[in-house]
Write a protein that binds this ligand. Structure first.
Ligand code: FES
Length: 505
């Protein structure tokens, strides 16, 4: 479980079980949705936030906690792939987001361990040193708080870094819970455990949860992977999974937040929580559709943290997935060129605390009829660059063909139920249906359909995160079949638990 989720209190907003009407409905209680909801409420609108689980338990609850406009080497990247003006807009929007978060924390009195820090992108080789020098110079030219420095406060030797001062870090879930408190009340609402299952464009637009509806002038979809996806964002983003661990800090405190240019990429941050000091180390990212050894990825992070940061035994570890836009810029605006009142925020490229805040403020301006200087750059209906995210061997056709060749009762590459150890899972065929079987730590079997409710691929067990993951487009499900992350929006169908006991050994 994420350090942030584990150390925040639990919220208890009601489920939506009636039909209500507000000015703006917001689907998703993460950073983008709640920031938009509060900004809209402050502008005089009534809002209703509809969250499938609990506030802050989705992608935002699995962040690093960095609040910064320095996103590794993003300015060199965007100036090259788009233009320096586009890079400047991206930087200004994200820098404005840093300051917006600082203001909201102060104005709403949110106790979320907000702390001003410098953020560094560091180089360990001569080659990457040249690249951080270039990024530092470009950042300064674009008007951002960017300098090159050879002084990098890390406990291991590096060549130099680009440093942005007056950036920040915070406890992401506590911040979101503070936003939710400010949103709820005075005709506005936060609903939890209320999964939106359908959207209807029109006047009014409607969000349907199956147990209640929100009718609104406008709907904002801020669900990481957009519900309904009329804008074909699955083709314009790919899901990227990354991993984080938190371990007790060494005696010397880290002052700043850090990310490496060299591979394997490492992200570093320190935080004091409830009298304990932790260091977070992140990395090992890959496309969600790529297979790999999750345990080994966590082991490599733990070794890095222990050997280079001097930390103790890992206390928390977690992974998450975020959308990477294929042209490098988040998508903010109408869900599709045809959409009248359904709007979207997606593709936050793993820097969701600031990109999500920037996106929410851009969309708020649009919905309030105000000009926003960065809206055009983030426009969700911009012309996409040629090409698309490459297909992989895990695409539906290839996978289904492999499964079709497997004998009845077994699924290619999977173990039998009898061989299952507590804490493990497998996919088998029972009565001709692919069934995902999980043995809990007590050896009790639990079964759900193994067919992903998105487009029908067969899910796989992830023993390290204890989730069922879909290799096709990255949906994730809990062991009882509940959707953790889309694009799937429907839970896996329950199946009777098989009678073959797990091997307790
Ligand atoms: Fe698309 Fe599973 S089939 S995520």
């Amino acid at each position: 479980m994420s350090l942030w989720v584990a150390t925040a209190g639990v919220t208890g907003y009601p489920s939506l079980d009636a039909d209500i009407e507000v000015d703006v409905a917001v689907v998703g209680g993460g950073i983008a949705g709640l920031t938009a909801a509060l900004a809209l409420k402050r502008a005089g609108h009534t809002v209703a936030v509809v969250e499938a689980a609990r506030v802050g338990t989705g992608v935002t609850g699995h962040t690093t906690g960095k609040v910064t406009s320095l996103h590794r080497l993003v300015y060199t990247e965007l100036a090259g792939s788009h233009s320096p003006d586009t890079a400047r807009s991206y930087g200004q929007a994200n820098q404005a987001a840093v300051e917006h978060i600082a203001r909201v924390v102060a104005e709403e009195g949110i106790d979320c361990d907000f702390r001003r820090v410098s953020n560094y992108t560091y180089a360990e080789t001569a080659d990457t040193l040249a690249r951080v020098r270039e990024e530092a110079a470009l950042g300064a030219k674009l008007g951002l708080p960017s300098v090159f420095t050879a002084e990098v406060p890390l406990p291991f030797a590096v060549k130099g870094a680009v440093r942005f001062d007056d950036q920040a870090q915070l406890h992401a879930v506590k911040y979101l819970q503070g936003l939710a408190r400010a949103v709820d009340g005075d005709g506005s609402h936060v609903f939890e455990e209320s999964r939106a299952v359908a959207l209807h464009d029109g006047a009014p637009a409607v969000v349907d949860t199956g147990r209640g509806t929100v009718r609104a002038r406008d709907v904002v979809v801020a669900t990481n992977v957009p519900l309904g996806d009329a804008g074909l964002f699955e083709e314009r983003c790919y899901l990227h999974r990354s991993y984080l661990i938190a371990s007790p800090a060494a005696s010397e405190k880290l002052d700043g937040t850090f990310i490496s240019v060299d591979e394997p990429m490492r992200s570093i941050l320190a935080i004091d929580l409830d009298g304990a000091s932790y260091v977070l180390a992140g990395g090992e990212g890959h496309r969600a559709t790529e297979a790999g050894d999750t345990a080994e990825r966590y082991r490599r992070l733990a070794a890095f943290s222990r050997d280079r940061l001097g930390t103790g035994e890992v206390r928390f570890r977690w992974s998450t997935q975020d959308g990477i836009p294929i042209d490098g810029l988040p998508y903010v605006g109408r869900m599709s060129p045809m959409a009248a009142h359904i709007h979207v925020i997606t593709g936050l490229r793993k820097w969701g605390l600031t990109n999500g805040t920037a996106a929410a403020l851009i969309l708020t301006d649009t919905l309030c009829g105000r000009y926003n200087p960065w809206a055009a750059v983030f426009n969700s209906n911009r012309i996409a660059p040629a090409g698309r995210a490459p297909q992989s061997a895990e695409q539906p056709g290839a996978q289904e063909a492999a499964i079709a060749a497997a004998p009845i009762g077994e699924v290619a590459g999977q173990q039998s139920i009898a061989g299952l150890r507590p804490g493990d899972g497998t996919v088998v065929e029972i009565d001709g249906e692919k069934t995902a079987v999980y043995a809990d730590p007590a050896g009790q079997l639990h079964a759900v359909s193994a067919i992903c409710t998105h487009l029908g691929c067969t899910i796989e067990f992830n023993a390290d995160d204890v989730t069922w993951d879909c290799p096709c487009h990255g949906s994730r499900f809990s062991t009882d079949g509940a959707v953790i992350q889309g694009p799937a929006t429907r839970n896996l169908a329950p199946r009777p638990a098989p009678s073959v006991p797990a091997d307790p050994g």
